[in-house]
Write a protein that binds this ligand. Structure first.
Ligand SMILES: *[C@@H]1O[C@H](CO)[C@@H](O)[C@H](O)[C@H]1NC(C)=O
Length: 211
């Protein structure tokens, strides 16, 4: 009984807090006519997904939920900041998948097609992780169009770099396609490929930004 009462009070308190904070949010939202910081992610995702290759089915919802899963997205000022987050998330996923692949490799019999395919995937994932490291360094060194005034990387190198990280994943995907035991890994690969596309979509405006 006491617990039930406490719980009720607790939830009422939450309800009141949510209610009042939504009033505050509502009244403070448009004061200076600028969108709130949190809306930057939504707007960037709307832009990035609107004109992206329709065959990929990259959605605004996936973009927003992926980027918001990292607290840094609240402070992101530009697309490069968001891409840094996206590349980190991709890298973490590839490292995790690579761990699974290596476990499966230990169990697979040498000389079987299973072992060969897994070896290709391990190779792919090792390289993909290296590429994400290169992309992170490029993104951090970026100082503006034409390399900025301080010998930074050219804009087009940013989308080009994250594109490389996807090509390799696709190669591993083909190796996995028709082996029933590798279905989970195949699906994992599709997810990771979507993350790579997200990074490509976010950085698309940098492609022609060297004028
Ligand atoms: C979205 O696209 C519009 C129109 O091109 C542009 O003005 C705006 O700055 C873009 N927003 C973001 C967050 O990239």
């Amino acid at each position: 009984m006491a617990i039930a009462q406490t719980t009720t009070i607790f939830f009422s308190a939450i309800a009141i807090m949510l209610f009042s904070s939504s009033i505050v949010a509502h009244t403070s939202g448009d004061v200076d006519g600028k969108p709130k910081a949190a809306d930057f992610v939504t707007e960037a995702c709307k832009n990035a997904t609107a004109n992206y290759d329709k065959e990929i089915h990259l959605t605004e919802k996936f973009c927003v939920s992926t980027l918001r899963s990292d607290k840094r997205s609240e402070k992101a000022k530009d697309l490069r900041d968001l891409a840094l987050i996206g590349v980190d998330i991709l890298k973490a996923r590839v490292i995790a998948a690579n761990g699974k692949v290596q476990k499966m490799l230990h169990k697979a019999k040498t000389g079987t097609s299973m072992a060969r395919r897994l070896t290709f995937c391990k190779l792919d994932y090792d390289v993909t992780v290296s590429i994400t490291n290169v992309c992170t360094a490029l993104l951090k060194d970026f100082r503006g169009p034409n390399g900025g005034d301080n010998d930074g990387p050219a804009s087009f190198m940013l989308p080009q770099c994250v594109e490389q990280a996807n090509t390799l994943n696709g190669y591993c995907g083909h190796e996995l396609m028709d082996l029933p035991g590798l279905q989970a890994l195949f699906n994992e690969n599709l997810d990771m490929s979507m993350l790579a596309h997200l990074n490509m979509a976010l950085l698309e405006p940098y492609r022609d930004d060297d004028s």
